[in-house]
Structure formats: C-alpha cells, structure tokens
Design a protein around this ligand. Structure first.
Ligand code: GH3
Ligand code: MG
Ligand code: MG
Ligand code: MG
Ligand code: MG
Length: 314
C-alpha cells in the first residue's frame, strides 16, 4: 500500500518543488499553514510529515508538539525542512520528537534518501506494534491493545459526552472443559468463542480482546446501556449456537459464557459505586477512571456467575 505524505510549507513554490521530487514516493497532500496541517492530519493520519519550521501563525515546532501530544498522530515521523541551522535549533526539534532535519535549499536525492529511511523505520515500528497487539492463540486483540484503546476511548468519551460500554465475558466451567476434553480442545474452544464474539460486534469501532485465560473484553464506544445489553444477549445466543458440547458443565450441555456489563454515560451513571466512594454519587463520576469501568464490569460478571452463569448482568 502506498504511503501518505503530508507536506507543509507556507511557501507554495517550496511545496511545488517538493511535490515534483516526491511524486513517486507516495500519495502527497499539502497544507500551507500549521493549522490546516493539523486539521488535515487528523483526517488522514499520514505516514510521514514534512514540515516547514518557519511559518506565520502556528510554527513548525508548535505543529510537531501538537502531533506528539495527539495519540492518533504521535507515531507519525516528522521531518523538518528549515533554512535555520545550528545544533541548538536541531536539538530543540529532536527534543520535541522530530525524526530528522533537512536544510533549505533542498537537494532532491537527500530529501528522497531521508524520507525513505524514515518510512522504512515507520513500517517496521508499525509491524512491531501490530505483532505486539495480537493475542497469539485467538488472533484477536490482546490485553495490551485493550488497555491502550480503553485509555483512548475513555478520554474521547469524557470530551464528547458519548456513552462508553464494556462487556467482560468469561467462559463457564472452563476448567472442567479442559479436564474433560483436553487442553488442545480447550484452545480450539477459545478460538471459536473469540470468532463468535467478533461476529457479534461488526461495528469497526468496537474492540474485542482476549483479557487473559478464558476471559474476553469488548469495548463498545458510543454505546448506551441498552445497546450494550443487546450486544450481550446476541453474544449469549452466538456462543450457544456454536454448539460446543460440554458434558461436564453443571450449567448446560454446551459451552456457555457469563457476561458483566458496565457503562459510562454522562446522562446516567449505570454502574454501582465500587465502594462507598462519593466520587460516583455526585458529578456523575467526574473523577472516575477507566479502571473503574473495568472493575464495574468485573463485579457485574461476578454477579452473573453467582446468579447461575450463562447470562449477562449489569
Ligand atoms: P467459572 O465458570 O467460574 O469461570 O469456572 P472456570 O472453570 O471457567 O474458571 P477457573 O478460573 O477455575 O478456570 C479457568 C480455566 O481456564 C483454568 C485454565 O486452565 C483455563 N485456561 C486459561 N487459559 C487457557 C488457555 O489458553 N487454553 C486452555 N485450553 N485453557 C485455558
Ligand atoms: Mg516558511
Ligand atoms: Mg475466569
Ligand atoms: Mg475464574
Ligand atoms: Mg471461567
């Protein structure tokens, strides 16, 4: 797939020159101010940013700082193009997170070489991030990926006021399943359950992850309590429909799951306070954290287990 490069310079002649040099490297997009660059970048999420250091309005350094502070853009390599030179200037740029510097007037072979070097490093880092975020057994997202997404979605929810729901899903009597059918059959069962969970959550924004062992989590952005309950019911049905025999289970003759639901909603905080903590009782949990959302789902899961398993609880 071809890379997206964002070129930013307040001088249109420089942009034209760079565009000619880089026409074969990838898809080029342009901005002539730092403000436009940020707007465009948040839509596009480029693979590389080529950034004029000296611009009226938002300076290149300020744009770089904004990139590094935005989780969506923090991993985009930033190469400064500048007529300034000197070690102190470059050191401050590197401290802001710059990947490299190119001096004006630009030399085509040097620009190409530096950009290709940064893109190679970016691809490698993307691949590592991808590998590090996948659960090896099931191929779905792992705990690390879930923790990162939860932090991001939590922040987004606090900004937008949209509700955020979480399902915690645990396979019922799975130890007995392993004991009866063997560990390899247990592994195959976990793979099937993971697939069923993903099929039940087709929205691209939903994240299905293996939390550990025979526990899964699903993060449902922009989903109120009712929506989360609906997804949970679908999951109970989908796992039952897998029809995986579990003759050792005291709950059912097939593999089942129990589900704990929690939901952060600015309109109605629909989880019980984890303790008698007054944070949750006034200001609608204004100080609460993503860990509280997980804890609330975990508590609900415990209730579902105690109420007889193969069911969802809020
Ligand atoms: P409950 O209904 O209360 O959840 O009972 P349970 O037996 O499912 O819960 P428990 O925590 O006692 O046992 C979980 C079992 O899951 C024990 C462990 O060996 C098994 N397990 C965890 N990870 C894996 C895995 O990757 N593969 C297999 N085959 N089994 C696993
Ligand atoms: Mg300039
Ligand atoms: Mg468990
Ligand atoms: Mg357990
Ligand atoms: Mg279990």
């Amino acid at each position: 797939m071809s890379d997206n490069l964002l070129l930013v310079d307040d001088d249109p002649a420089t942009i034209q020159l760079l565009a000619r040099m880089l026409s074969d490297v990838g898809n080029l997009r342009f901005a002539t101010s730092g403000e436009d660059a940020l707007r465009l970048a948040r839509e596009l999420v480029p693979d590389l940013l080529l950034l004029d250091a000296e611009m009226p309005g938002m300076s290149g350094f300020e744009v770089c700082e904004a990139f590094k502070a935005d989780p969506l853009l923090a991993d985009v390599p930033v190469i400064f193009i500048t007529s300034h030179s000197g070690p102190e200037f470059e050191v401050s740029g590197f401290e802001l997170g710059a990947a490299d510097f190119i001096a004006k007037p630009v030399s085509a072979p040097l620009v190409l070489a530096r950009i290709k070097t940064q893109l190679r490093a970016k691809h490698l880092a993307d691949e590592l991030r991808q590998v590090a975020s996948i659960d090896v057994l099931t191929g779905i997202a792992n705990r690390r990926r879930f923790d990162e997404s939860l932090k991001l979605e939590w922040r987004r929810t606090r900004r937008s006021g949209d509700p955020l729901a979480l399902l915690m899903i645990d396979v019922d009597h799975f130890k007995l399943f392993n004991d009866r059918y063997g560990h390899p059959a247990g592994d195959a069962c976990l793979r099937s359950v993971a697939k069923a969970l993903q099929a039940a959550c087709p929205r691209p924004a939903d994240l299905v992850a293996r939390y550990g062992g025979e526990e899964f989590v699903i993060l449902l952005p922009q989903t109120p309590r009712g929506g989360a309950e609906h997804v949970a019911e679908d999951i109970l049905d989908a796992v039952k429909a897998l029809g995986i025999t579990h003759q050792a289970s005291p709950t059912a003759w097939h593999v089942s799951v129990s589900i704990g639901i929690s939901c952060y909603d600015a309109d109605s905080v629909c989880w019980e306070p984890p303790s008698s903590d007054s944070r949750f009782l006034n200001g609608m949990g204004a100080q609460s954290s993503p860990a509280d959302l997980v804890q609330a789902a975990d508590k609900a899961l415990y209730c579902a287990k105690h109420a007889g398993r193969a069911q969802a609880k809020l």
